[in-house]
Ligand binder design. Structure first.
Ligand code: ADP
Ligand code: ZN
Ligand code: ZN
Length: 743
């Protein structure tokens, strides 16, 4: 009887390539183990050999069977990702319209991406014979006998041990040939112990605070919902004890054997949070961030995957870390823009965290003192459960905000008289003062007083920022640096002056005005050295009166209990930002900076200098609590039909010539016009607000729809057509789904 022919199996594999699809492969010719979804395989791709990940199987392929090639090698003996995470990654590839191979690569630690085995193995020799028989057989071969005895005595040996004892590989072969020993592959000793170490239960080592009623309710609400998906917005003013709430819930999760994944904006800025977790819980805590070496990262990743690590803290890409026993996902400072990847695979880690919770059936907790309008909207519509903390812990009051009208002040006057007076008073009273400005460098502009020439970056349509230490003109958009000219390149005159202020200029100004007090500048330039940053933090925490000066780095993570006065120097740039989220971001930054002050018994005061003191947004910001303020912004967004009431996708193109970029987007508009349906509208193509950057002209096309589903479907169809377009040489294009800004 003829055997019925099985339909040929096809493996669908995500292979790192810029193409927006997975690729089909045949099984290996002699299959010993079956590749399962989530396992890595080595596959031929063009003339190269690449590491891909099996997504699933099929019986049919769109490609002719004769053209399919077999998988070269199976790299894993178990799936690296469980079904939930696999589904998340595939969902993300679809939703963000990004090549699945690149999505899977992003999710893997570099070493695994390169094909390194999950468990490193070593060659291991052990006796395979009866010792007495072996001794007899080796009676005339003393070296071999000695080696055999060593292997016997140690219950097996690896190569390093043998070499250390002065034995050669040749001797081993002789013993192997006599069938007295065998060689096998064993997991590397440390790798093994890492994976089998039991998850330590989490007894409290630091006594937790007695929770306040609101905190208690929040902990109870989330703890009652463990083991299933629900998203909670923990909307609590700065200092209201959100971290205590996290820890209260984490304690229950850990005690039940679950793991907690905590996403934070920047690890460097949250050492306090990490040490609080470590002090409270006895379980292993691992961190995943860009400062780790590839080896460290892989070790942390494995500890998360095996379940060894009870708490996994990481930045954006940690959302893809596999967990053996996922119990809770926390996104701290959920409004923070760093959760959105701004190039390549442009995903939002916050949004993916929520989707992951859904797919893995675990609760997700989004925490912030200044929630994003998206999350507030979701809380209002009932998609998220809204948990509010409106009281500060320890009885501290929130800082009072006041606007100082600087409209009549000369352009070059930095501090108003009132601000200077208050600074002096606070310093004399032994307190600390914080000045906030969102611009590093010395001055944002170098200008010629004679002819009006302004120093501009040749590669960007942007002005150079003058830096004082080291002295140079620097472009904050492309990184270009050049020496400061002695004379004006326009007229040859020497009357070059600076306009506006950066952190370095204000540092000089404060030092001159208050010579008796240290001035500590905290920005990206001054904190490049971790040691210097730590030294500054120590000085601040010593409580001595000082002047702190910084950019929005200061608005993140740190508590400065001795600050009683915050001066915000330029609120106006946020008021009139070209971006539709400009006011939201300005408000979040100011409220977060204000939150650094008045933590302890000392009440804080916030002075906001503005040339547009009567602006309604500013007025509402100082008179309303953040939540009420944000709800008003939300109403304005609804009226303007902008997110979260509509959904956006931004197609960007850039090329050495402006016409190339615009022309390409014109073609895309033609494609759009040919598609059916009117649920999606588009705006553009237009030159980008920053039209030239790093020597390339930028244009963009904005797609908008009231229906997320309609936009998704349209994008999928559109991109298929776009991929078939002939792309002009040196043109780069990208799609940003749910863009954070439209700049
Ligand atoms: P948030 O994360 O909301 O800014 P934290 O959790 O960091 O707030 O708490 C702010 C400060 O208040 C911390 O020093 C913390 O130890 C303290 N704290 C929090 N909850 C309580 C409480 N219930 N009783 C006393 N102090 C508390
Ligand atoms: Zn000039
Ligand atoms: Zn530039």
């Amino acid at each position: 009887m003829p055997r019925t022919q099985q339909p040929p199996f096809i493996y669908r594999v995500a292979v790192p390539s810029p193409l927006r699809r997975a690729f089909d492969y045949l099984p290996r010719s002699h299959e010993d183990k079956t590749p399962l979804p989530g396992m890595r395989v080595s596959v031929p791709f063009g003339r190269r050999q690449l590491t891909g990940m099996v997504l699933g199987t099929d019986t049919r392929s769109d490609v002719a069977h004769s053209k399919l090639r077999p998988i070269s090698q199976l790299l894993d003996s178990e799936p690296l990702f469980g079904p939930g995470l696999l589904e998340l990654l595939q969902w993300a590839a679809d939703y963000y319209q990004h090549p699945p191979g690149e999505v899977f690569s992003t999710a893997l630690p570099v070493l695994l991406r390169q094909g390194r085995p999950l468990v490193e193995t070593v060659a291991w020799w052990r006796s395979s014979s009866d010792p007495d028989t072996a001794r007899q057989a080796l009676a005339r071969a003393p070296r071999q006998l000695a080696l055999y005895e060593l292997i016997l005595e140690r219950d097996g040996c690896d190569r390093d041990t043998l070499l250390a004892h002065g034995y050669q590989r040749e001797l081993l072969r002789q013993l192997e040939n006599k069938a007295l020993i065998v060689c096998e592959q064993r997991p590397e000793p440390d790798a093994e112990s890492f994976n089998t170490e039991p998850l330590t239960r989490a007894p409290s080592t630091a006594t937790p605070h007695t929770l306040m009623p609101e905190q208690r309710q929040a902990v109870a609400a989330v703890s009652a919902g463990l083991g299933k998906y629900q998203c909670y917005l923990l909307d609590g003013i700065t200092g209201s004890g959100k971290t205590e709430v996290y820890m209260g819930i984490m304690a229950t999760v850990l005690a039940g054997g679950g793991q907690c994944l905590v996403l934070v904006p920047e690890i460097g800025l949250t050492p306090q949070t990490i040490s609080r977790f470590e002090a409270r819980f006895a379980c292993p805590v691992v961190t995943l961030h860009s400062g780790l070496s590839d080896t460290e990262r892989l070790a942390a990743w494995k500890a998360a995957r095996s379940g060894t690590a009870g708490i996994v803290i990481g930045t954006r890409s940690a959302v893809f870390t596999p967990l053996a026993k996922p119990g809770l996902i926390i996104v701290d400072e959920e409004h923070d823009q760093s959760f959105k990847q701004q190039d390549g695979f442009r995903y939002s880690a916050r949004d993916l965290a929520v989707m992951r919770g859904r797919l893995e059936s675990v609760p997700v907790l989004l925490g912030s003192a200044t929630p994003s309008l998206e999350s507030l909207h979701n809380a209002r519509t009932g998609k998220f459960t809204h948990l509010c903390l409106d009281v500060r812990a320890g009885g501290a009051s929130t800082a009072a905000m006041q606007i100082i009208d600087t409209a009549r002040q000369g352009m070059e006057v930095v501090f108003s008289e009132l601000a200077l007076l208050r600074i002096e008073q606070q310093l004399k009273a032994g307190n600390q003062v914080l000045t906030f400005i969102n611009r590093r460098g010395f001055a944002p502009l170098l200008q010629c007083q004679t002819c009006g020439w302004v120093a501009e970056c040749d590669d960007c349509m942007a002005q150079f920022t003058l830096h004082a230490q080291p002295r140079a003109l620097r472009c904050h958009h492309c990184g270009r640096r050049q020496p400061v000219p002695q004379a004006c390149p326009g007229c040859g005159g020497r009357a070059l002056t600076t306009l506006g202020q950066g952190t370095q200029k204000i540092e000089a100004l404060l030092s001159a005005r208050f010579p008796d007090y240290p001035v500590l500048r905290i920005d990206r330039d001054s904190t490049r050295s971790r040691r210097r940053f730590d030294a500054m933090l120590t000085q601040i925490h010593s409580g001595e009166p000082c002047l702190l000066l910084g950019t929005q780095m200061l608005a993140k993570g740190h508590h400065f209990p001795n600050i009683t006065l915050v001066v915000v120097l330029d609120a106006d740039s946020g008021l009139f930002s070209a971006d539709f989220r400009g006011q939201e971001h300005m408000a979040q930054t100011i409220v977060q900076v204000a939150g650094r002050a008045g933590r302890a018994e000392r009440p804080g005061e916030v002075l906001i200098q503005s040339r547009h003191a009567a602006h309604s947004v500013l007025q509402r910001l100082v008179s309303l609590p953040y939540r009420a303020f944000a709800l008003e912004l939300l109403t304005e967004r609804q009226e303007a039909a902008m997110p979260p009431f509509t959904y956006l996708a931004l197609l960007r193109a850039e090329a050495p010539a402006a016409d190339t970029a615009l022309g390409f987007l014109d073609k895309i508009c033609e494609l759009l016009a040919r598609q059916a349906g009117d649920a999606v509208e588009w705006l553009g193509p237009l030159p980008a607000p920053m039209e030239k950057r790093a020597g390339r002209f930028r244009a963009q096309l904005l797609l908008k729809s009231a229906s997320r589903g309609a936009l998704q479907q349209r994008l999928t169809e559109l991109l298929q057509a776009v991929e078939a377009l002939r792309c002009p040489p040196r043109l780069r294009w990208s799609l940003d789904v749910d863009p954070l800004d439209l700049i």
